[in-house]
Design a protein around this ligand. Structure first.
Ligand SMILES: Nc1ncnc2c1ncn2[C@@H]1O[C@H](COP(=O)(O)OP(=O)(O)OP(=O)(O)O)[C@@H](O)[C@H]1O
Ligand SMILES: [Mg+2]
Length: 422
């Protein structure tokens, strides 16, 4: 299914609520093909969010409000003074769940049309809805016609039975409700939601990677989430409640220093893998709680790396285990793209290559053009991908499927009933 491009001049906005930072990008559609340009940016440290979950409503609300205001101010001219009305919001990987369905619908020897595909998608949606979870994505990933598999696009083809493989993603309603409360406090509507690793993939992967099979791993502050792409679609996603902040707190505990100093040491001297030179290099570690910073502890750099490496190994090993259990191993291909703020630690690519036994590259948002240097790094892959999702894949929003699958006139309803039942 394809979607119509957004009209020229329309505004789209993305709000990425992370465990470390909250970011908002506002973009304006520049041409009739739906290409857009980012015109407003806001980002700041996330307060009130931990491991992808709201832990303090008032603090999270304030962080979101300030971030959105900053982006609105920057975009004021492009928005002609109108306030932002709705935003596209991320769903942290830990609150999402993948479901795979195969649904058959009768096409009675007619040419397959978009409506037949939507009927299949809508049937799958009905099966997936359970209390406590809500639909986030409805993605057709493969088709068969009268038992012939591997049909790339069945529209226009003639057959009696259309089979659709569907990947549905649902989200944990209470967790999402808390995000919604924070966003609505800023008088913003949620246009739709998108799973964080899906957005990260949409901004970091090139077409061939999405087609041939690739796993994107978004290593953030509190969550490491991953999504498998194949045939141009996301076929699986999962997440672990672990990220760069866990590395930082391991350092703070291990070297008896403050979180702020541990973060600095990690960024300045950290490495994912030990080297021989680490033994001889000595680094200064300020002692926690002591005002006098002139007498720090002197420790070999190897001690720091020795704290970082096991935690990163743990995260990568758990990711590997989840991918193996998922049964999508073959589809995931031989390629991994690592992104997210925590992917910036030197040596992580080599460590991931070793543990995952795949070809690994580092990813940043390459599919959204015109991003300033400060926001085109891996920490903003998800934020940028939310814009790509609205611009390119709005037809995967469950509400859009339901609206378009519901037949309009009574005559159309009768036709669908006959198709379904005879
Ligand atoms: N240069 C760097 N080297 C190593 N780690 C870094 C670097 N810059 C940022 N980080 C780490 O990246 C993490 C934040 O990443 P990111 O901004 O992607 O997280 P987030 O999106 O806010 O959180 P999440 O997606 O997990 O909810 C922090 O733990 C931070 O320590
Ligand atoms: Mg993130």
């Amino acid at each position: 299914m394809r979607q119509r491009p957004r009209p020229k001049g329309s505004v789209i906005a993305a709000l990425d609520i992370g465990s470390s930072k909250i970011a908002c990008f506002i973009a304006r559609v520049m041409d009739d093909e739906g290409r857009f340009q980012v015109v407003g940016i806001g980002h700041q440290a996330a307060i009130g969010v931990k491991a992808g979950t709201v832990i303090d409503l008032a603090a999270a609300e304030a962080s979101i409000r300030q971030t959105v205001h900053a982006a609105e101010n920057m975009a004021a001219e492009a928005m002609k003074g109108y306030p932002l009305r709705e935003v596209m919001v991320n769903v942290p990987g830990v609150h999402g769940k993948s479901h795979n369905f195969n649904v058959e619908v009768h096409t009675l020897g007619h040419e397959v049309a978009d409506t037949d595909i939507r009927r299949a998608l809508s049937k799958a949606q009905d099966q997936a809805v359970v209390t406590g979870r809500e639909l986030i994505h409805t993605i057709p990933v493969g088709y068969s016609l009268d038992g012939n598999p591997n049909i790339r696009d069945p529209r226009g083809m003639v057959g009696h039975n259309l089979g659709v493989d569907i990947h549905l993603v649902t989200g944990d309603t209470p967790a999402l409700r808390n995000f919604a409360t924070c966003i609505e406090a800023s008088h913003l509507d949620i246009a739709a939601m998108c799973l964080s690793p899906y957005a990260a993939g949409l901004s970091c992967l090139v077409d061939d990677e999405m087609d041939l099979g690739c796993t994107v791993i978004d290593m953030g502050g509190g969550v490491t989430s991953f999504a498998v792409f194949q045939g141009g679609a996301m076929v699986y996603a999962d997440a672990l409640p672990l990220g760069g902040q866990h590395v930082t707190s391991d350092i703070a505990r291990g070297l008896t220093t403050s979180i702020a100093d541990a973060e600095r040491l990690k960024t300045l001297y950290g490495n994912a893998m030990a080297t021989l030179a680490d033994e001889n290099e000595v680094i200064d570690v300020p002692i926690i709680g002591e005002d006098d910073r002139t007498h720090p502890n002197h420790v070999p750099r190897s001690l720091l790396v020795g704290i970082i490496q096991p935690r990163l190994e743990e995260i990568l090993e758990l990711t590997r285990a989840r991918l193996n259990e998922s049964g999508v191993g073959q589809m995931a291909g031989r390629r991994v793209v690592l992104t997210g703020g925590a992917s910036q630690i030197p040596g992580l690519r080599d460590l991931a290559q070793l543990i995952l036994d795949k070809q690994v590259r580092l990813g940043r948002p390459i599919r959204v053009s015109g991003l300033a240097e400060a926001v085109n790094g891996p920490a903003f892959a998800t934020t940028a991908g939310l814009l790509s999702y609205v611009a390119e894949r709005s037809h995967e929003i469950p509400a859009a499927v339901t609206a378009q699958a519901a037949p309009g006139s009574l005559w159309e309803q009768v036709k669908v009933w006959f198709k379904e039942n005879w």
